[in-house]
Ligand binder design. Structure first.
Ligand SMILES: [Zn+2]
Length: 455
């Protein structure tokens, strides 16, 4: 059996006039499941042909227009014709569009508001950037090629070029403030590293973070250090997007990095940031693990270990309850009994516990000294239902950077490319990667984040 697919134009004088788009036929019957319905190849052909016919019809309709002169309001006639080759989601289309000229004053009019040198539709731009943000360029190019009748010869390099261009547009996008004014915002920042492809540098520092409001509004942001993206500008834009005003209380969290504090100040966050609990807790965890691994092969070691485990627990309690100034007492008590572990033999895989403990305590000590002005009573904040740390940012960093750009991928990144891709990833997460790039923001919208995490 066979079919003819006919495209029929409606709502105009020429109603009923149709164009045969494609013929389909089936020789076999439904005895084979593979015979059921359209094949991917047929579907791609069908989409491609329908797209060409529709674009051609649109171009014909456009050519019949006679726009008003933008200068004097007079009538226009056709001056000349211009060819446009445009890549769309469903294949490349070639359209021939008129350019107009005013009969009265000679002013030119195009009748279209396309960007200059426009070679693709916004929807295709968006999908290419979206896929490239979530998977390697090579895989994204394969997916597009596999499923859609997109233009032939879509190479990973082409895709990369398109995606980075979108990143540039996102970076330059103005702040959008569509969210209602909010009374408080939490901003958390952190830095992580990716492997560098640039000579003389092994790693690139990547700063990421998010802003959150009490009602669930959230935006993530990021920038590669010393790239063209100014992280302070990006933070400021994120704060404005979730509804910051002059009266909004902004609480910031950072790890020990001093650089982030001055960046936050540049973004208008003047209150000193709070040292986040997550990073402290991680260091305490190292000490606890090392303490629990201490050997108990002699009675005095057994006793010392009991003291040390209890003291590390107390250290945790003290910092959590805002009494970090007493941490030195704990550290001193531990130092006093550590000597009994002198000559302790290491475990085959875990190493020497006392040495690791010593190292972990030293880390905590210097961390606390560096942060002393930024430690707070975390227990009190926690009881009041307030945030105590940046564990959210750890998750953010993981999504924004690690899954696509780091470790498992074993990829090396040029500074600019990494930064621009990061801008696209942030936009995907924030749900702002729309056809009007950066123009769409939904404070409670989770769809972008969910899509991104699901990928
Ligand atoms: Zn005119």
């Amino acid at each position: 059996m066979g079919w003819v697919l006919r495209l029929v134009e409606t709502g105009t004088d020429v109603a009923g006039h149709g164009i045969d788009v494609m013929e389909l036929s089936r020789h076999g019957d439904l005895g084979e499941i593979a015979e059921l319905g359209l094949t991917l190849c047929e579907a791609k052909q069908l989409l491609g042909r329908v797209q060409q016919e529709i674009a051609a019809a649109q171009a014909r309709a456009h050519a019949a227009l006679r726009p008003e002169c933008p200068s004097c309001g007079g009538g226009c006639h056709i001056k000349d014709w211009q060819h446009h080759a445009v890549a769309t989601l469903f294949g490349a289309v070639a359209v021939r569009l008129p350019r107009f000229r005013c009969v009265r004053c000679g002013h030119d009019a195009t009748g279209i508001t396309w960007p200059s040198h426009c070679r693709s539709t916004p929807e295709l731009d968006q999908l290419r950037a979206h896929l490239s943000a979530l998977m390697p360029f090579r895989v994204a190019a394969d997916v597009l090629f596999h499923l859609l009748p997109v233009e032939a010869g879509m190479s990973p390099e082409t895709l990369r070029g398109h995606t980075l261009k979108i990143g540039e547009r996102l970076r330059a996008a103005p702040a959008v403030n569509q969210a209602a004014e909010v009374s408080s915002i939490t901003v958390t920042t952190d830095s992580t590293f990716i492997r560098s492809r640039d000579d003389g540098e092994r790693h690139l520092e990547v700063r990421v973070g998010n802003v959150e409001t009490a009602d669930g509004g959230r935006q993530v942001f990021g920038a590669v250090a010393r790239s063209e993206t100014d992280i302070a500008v990006v933070i400021r834009r994120s704060l404005d997007a979730v509804g910051r005003t002059a009266s909004t209380a902004v609480t910031a969290f950072t790890d020990g990095c001093a650089g982030l504090q001055s960046i936050l100040a540049d973004a208008g966050v003047t209150k000193p940031p709070i040292a986040d609990w997550f990073h402290i807790a991680m260091r305490l965890q190292h000490a606890k693990l090392a303490a629990s691994g201490l050997s108990t092969d002699a009675p005095e070691r057994m006793a010392a270990k009991i003291t040390i485990v209890a003291e590390v627990q107390r250290l945790h309690w003290r910092i959590w309850n805002g009494k970090a100034q007493d941490a030195q007492i704990t550290l001193e008590r531990i130092r006093k009994v550590m000597h009994v572990f002198k000559g302790e033999r290491g475990h085959r895989t875990r190493g020497v516990a006392s040495r690791k403990l010593w190292h972990a305590l030293h880390e905590i000590d210097s961390y606390l000294i560096g942060l002393s002005a930024r430690l707070v009573n975390y227990a009190e904040r926690y009881r009041a239902g307030l945030r105590v740390g940046t564990s959210v940012t750890e998750g953010t960093a993981n999504f924004l950077v690690n899954r696509r750009m780091n470790k498992s991928q074993q990829m090396r990144w040029p500074r600019r490319g990494a930064d621009l891709l990061l801008q696209v990833r942030c936009a995907v997460y924030n749900g702002t990667l729309g056809s009007g790039f950066g123009q769409r923001f939904e404070p409670l919208g989770r769809s972008g984040a969910e899509l991104a995490l699901a990928a």
